[in-house]
Design a protein around this ligand. Structure first.
Ligand code: G1P
Ligand code: ZN
Length: 552
């Protein structure tokens, strides 16, 4: 018996947000901070009497503090009596790979250390989240229970000093760590497991042929967790030329970059995809490799369009040849996928922001594809969004249709119409001002409905609420929606993933059926909605900022 009970006390504010607890590294470095959260998690997990038979999966996106946190959590898992922990080699696991490992190895759950696309390094962000046995993010019921526990905690368990030498995370294989019964620590090759899963879904023959025929691709993994997976699949299994994957070495500070694949932060990729000499296909993934960005030569695909195009062509991909059960999108994501679902005669679901809301629909086999406007796309193969999966899906489509990225998207608009879309982020607003803005906006809703603003008639003004069709749980206050006649929308919500002040997200959408009007710059197509959003919510005056900080 070598468990040690360490007295401690609650920290304020350990409430998980949209995807786990996310704070500055310096916050996580406070003594007991990570430990208190992890013990609170262990305390609320069910079946405590069966810990010795339970397996956990553990790993992260490799950012600064990842290795330290992995060692801490291993000691605590051992002291809490878990039987086995599967750790990604080097402490690395992309978020989708973690989900795949949990499912494949029938683990009890998993702990993912990531702050996703937020900057890393000593002054950057760190994060932790728990995924349940289906491989997906813990539902609100669990995250809320963890939070409640963090407000009461008085002690945590860890292994005694004699057992506390750091474990070797780099050599594949199994070792034993102290604790009540001795816990197996198995360092696993998650890249191989993930690559195997991809081969069950995609036409590797066709994709190999696409590269062999001389087509070229640029995959930017942004010095983050996706590098090893992308290299193994694209340059290894598919025979893409060396150098296809750029920024492929995971770095603790992501090379000083913001590992967020969008037009604001993937400027190097966009530049490389511009001009006649650019590769045929460009893509990027984020810090923990669950997000994706898709580009053609001189052409950027919006995530909402990407989901819709994938859905429309899904039966061309082996893993989806039998057709889709349904499609789910987060509420702020454009309605482009709904149009496809309608044409296919399958259900479409509108959920709150955050991948955890897709889990029940996927488990109940009610949907096959899911997506968010925030560069997240995924399917029932795991329970997280999956960056490289989305890239392979597009690559499979390019290979079997012989079309270009641009022609696939233009063909889609011609058939279904174009859903012009943009998101404006107003970052770093003092929290009290952001709260004032949302409160004032909510107070106006009853008076707004039915009003006309120039050519725009407001049909509905509400605060999105969602009832999970599988378990009946209700989530309220998920975003203020202004819904106009003809399908135009403006949605306002505050980010749940930031670590500094508040971020207001304003989502803008307008439908255009006329193919002659499919070539407008999106900001022009949405200009009247942009003006209206500011007028209704007084964004400029309340934020004190003249313009959004990020436009995607
Ligand atoms: C953001 C995105 C959301 C995504 C989440 C995690 O959350 O908007 O779609 O699921 O990151 O990647 P937010 O900061 O808006 O709460
Ligand atoms: Zn991410």
């Amino acid at each position: 018996m070598s468990a040690l009970t360490v007295p401690t006390q609650p920290f304020a504010g350990q409430r998980p947000g949209t995807s786990g607890l996310r704070k500055k590294v310096t916050v996580f470095q406070q003594p007991h901070y990570l430990e208190n959260f992890v013990q609170s998690l262990f305390d609320i997990l069910p079946d405590a009497d069966q810990r010795a038979a339970q397996t956990l999966v553990l790993g992260g996106d490799g950012r600064f503090h990842n290795r330290v946190a992995v060692q801490t959590i291993l000691r605590m898992a051992a002291a809490n009596g878990f039987g086995r922990v599967l750790v990604g080699q080097g402490g690395l696991l992309s978020t989708p790979a973690a989900s795949a490992v949990i499912r494949k190895r029938a683990a009890f759950g998993g702990i993912i250390l990531s702050a996703s696309h937020n900057p890393g390094g000593p002054d950057g962000d760190f994060g932790i989240k728990y995924n349940i046995g289906n491989g997906g993010p813990a539902p609100e019921k669990i995250t809320e229970a963890i939070y409640q526990r963090t407000t009461e905690i008085t002690a945590y368990q860890t292994t005694a000093t004699a057992d506390s030498a750091d474990l070797d995370l780099d050599t594949l294989g199994t070792t034993t760590l102290g604790g009540p019964a001795g816990m197996a620590v198995e360092v696993i090759d998650s890249v191989a497991l993930y690559a195997d899963l991809m081969q069950t879904l995609f036409d590797f023959e066709a994709m190999r042929g696409w590269f062999a025929a001389g087509h070229r691709m640029r995959m930017d993994t942004m010095c983050a967790a996706g590098g090893p997976y992308a290299k193994a699949v694209l340059e290894g299994l598919l025979g893409a030329p060396a150098g296809t994957v750029v920024n492929g070495e995971p770095l603790e500070d992501f090379g000083g970059h913001h590992p967020d694949p969008n037009p604001a932060h993937a400027t190097e990729l966009i530049a490389a995809m511009t001009g006649a000499a650019a590769p045929d296909f460009g893509a990027a993934s984020d810090g923990d490799a669950d997000r994706n960005m898709i580009l053609g030569r001189d052409f950027v695909v919006t995530p909402s369009d990407s989901l819709a195009v994938m859905a429309a062509h899904a039966t061309k991909v082996p893993g989806y040849a039998a057709g889709l059960k349904g499609i789910a999108r987060s509420m702020p994501t454009s309605c482009a996928a709904d149009a496809v679902a309608k044409a296919l005669g399958i259900p479409s679901h509108e959920t709150p922001t955050g991948w955890k809301f897709f889990g029940n629909l996927l488990d109940a086999d009610r949907v096959t594809l899911c997506g968010e406007e925030s560069y997240g796309t995924g399917s029932n193969h795991v329970r997280e969004k999956d960056g490289l999966w989305a890239v392979l899906f597009w690559l499979n489509l390019l290979a079997v249709t012989g079309e270009s990225v641009e022609s696939l998207v233009r063909g889609h608009w011609a058939r279904f119409g174009r859903h012009y879309y943009s998101r404006h982020d107003w970052e770093g607003i003092p929290t009290d001002r952001a709260d004032t803005l949302m409160t004032a906006l909510r107070a106006q809703l009853p008076a707004l409905a039915g009003q006309s603003f120039g050519a725009l008639t407001l049909e509905t003004a509400d605060d999105f609420a969602y009832t999970d069709p599988v378990d009946g749980s209700v989530s309220t206050r998920q975003g203020v929606r202004l819904l106009f006649a003809g399908g135009a929308r403006v949605v306002f919500r505050l980010s749940g993933t930031g670590t500094e002040g508040a971020t207001l997200r304003v989502y803008l959408e307008r439908f255009e059926a006329d193919p002659a009007r499919h070539d407008l710059p999106p900001q022009d197509a949405l200009a009247d909605l942009i003006t209206l959003a500011d007028r209704v919510a007084s964004i400029r005056s309340l934020s004190g900022q003249a313009a959004p900080t990020v436009i995607t």
